[in-house]
Design a binder for this molecule. Structure first.
Ligand SMILES: [Ca+2]
Ligand SMILES: [Ca+2]
Ligand SMILES: [Ca+2]
Length: 382
């Protein structure tokens, strides 16, 4: 999904402490929910997934019959991009992830009674067809992330975002992933409107060499490290013309179905993407994915949203949390600070979190929603 369909609607945010992988969302261990300080009502929280080290590389042919995929759990079923306040998707979508020393592997299955596509040129605006999309922000700083889209014809669009569109972008279409391998398999027939299909499946091998520049830390990641990842499926309502060709129904907006709900019709909010932890063993893959800094990140984004609203009204950023109507967060031991330029042209806000047996963790965010982490990932994981 691109800037065209951004920010149609604004939803409040709700955060959670623990991020629960597939198979662990039983009623008794539901994550504790925390309403972000200035918001209420709408549940949006990043999901978690443990990506297992592949013992044998999958054959990238679009078929998900490889051993690695037999061993990898499905993600949760995709939901509407705005979350559970919206109707469930019409067709089921799920994904799987794995990795080895060369590649980050992603697989997806998109149930679909009519598999069709039109775009055949690389770097086309693929979401004009039904598609599957991948978003990865390895270092979780809300900037310098990548987007990969594919349609049922295995036409692929790779681009990099310098900043999110809300912070001015730009999107770099000319950016490429050397050595990227993708394949699509169709359970049914492609572009044949006379019958009914079952699904299409997609397989990706994304070389770590192309991800390294985004990671800011060891790549491939060390076992136990988490990256921010999300998936989206764009689905258009279709009709069939007299010649039997599939066409989009004019005037109907697309559906956007995603793994980790975004709360708004906007994929370009990396703070709401899922947490994917890379692990070596099936036991590790089953553990809940805990992000120790998620609550602090919600706080920073609350400040960001409040500052943007304030700036829209006052043409400058606020100098105090009081002016923003934000109460100091109640979390024990947190220290928060707001540093705004005297002329109100820029600001930075900081949360410092005490950690048992470790140095304090400081997260600092600037007016472009970039989150700087101190200590850095690499020094923290030693
Ligand atoms: Ca395969
Ligand atoms: Ca980044
Ligand atoms: Ca490209």
């Amino acid at each position: 999904m691109h800037a065209r369909i951004l920010l149609k609607k604004s939803w409040p945010t709700l955060a959670v402490l623990a991020l629960i992988p597939l198979g662990q969302t039983k009623a008794q261990d539901k994550p504790e929910l925390r309403v972000a300080p200035n918001l209420s009502c709408k549940v949006v929280h990043p999901l978690g997934y443990g990506a297992l080290l592949a013992q044998q590389a999958p054959v990238i042919d679009g078929k998900l019959d490889d051993n690695v995929w037999k061993n990898a759990p499905w993600t949760e079923d995709f939901v509407d991009i705005q979350g559970d306040a919206r109707p469930a998707p019409r067709f089921r979508t799920r994904a799987k992830m794995a990795w080895d020393q060369k590649y980050f592997y992603i697989a997806a299955r998109l149930e679909e009674p009519h598999v069709w596509g039109t775009l055949t040129k690389h770097d086309s605006v693929i979401f004009q067809d039904n598609d599957f999309e991948i978003f990865i922000d390895p270092d979780g700083d809300n900037q310098q992330y990548l987007e990969l889209e594919i349609n049922a014809l295995n036409t692929e669009w790779d681009l990099r975002l310098v900043k999110a569109y809300r912070d001015g972008g730009p999107a770099l279409n000319e950016w490429e992933v050397p050595g990227l391998k993708t394949a699509v398999a169709v359970e049914g027939t492609l572009n044949n409107s006379t019958d009914q299909d079952t699904a299409w499946t997609v397989e990706w091998a994304i070389p770590w060499t192309s991800l390294a520049e985004f990671a800011g830390r060891q790549c491939p990641p060390k076992s136990g490290e988490t990256w921010r990842v999300n998936f989206s499926r764009v689905e258009w309502r279709h009709t069939v013309d007299k010649a039997g060709n599939y066409k989009k129904v004019p005037g109907f907006p697309e559906d956007n179905w995603v793994w980790s709900p975004q709360g708004r019709i906007d994929m370009h909010r990396p703070e709401t993407w899922g947490h994917v932890r890379f692990v070596n063993t099936p036991e590790e893959a089953k553990k809940p994915v805990i992000a120790e800094d998620q609550q602090a990140r919600w706080w920073l984004m609350d400040v960001y949203e409040a500052q943007k609203t304030y700036q829209g009204k006052n043409k400058k950023y606020a100098a105090t949390f009081e002016e923003l109507g934000l109460k100091t967060p109640k979390e024990k031991g947190w220290k928060v600070a707001l540093d705004t330029k005297t002329d109100g042209s820029n600001f930075a806000t900081t949360v410092t979190i005490p950690r048992a047996g470790k140095s304090d963790l400081e997260l600092k965010m600037d007016a472009d929603s970039r989150i700087h982490r101190n200590p850095s990932w690499d020094s923290d994981s030693k």
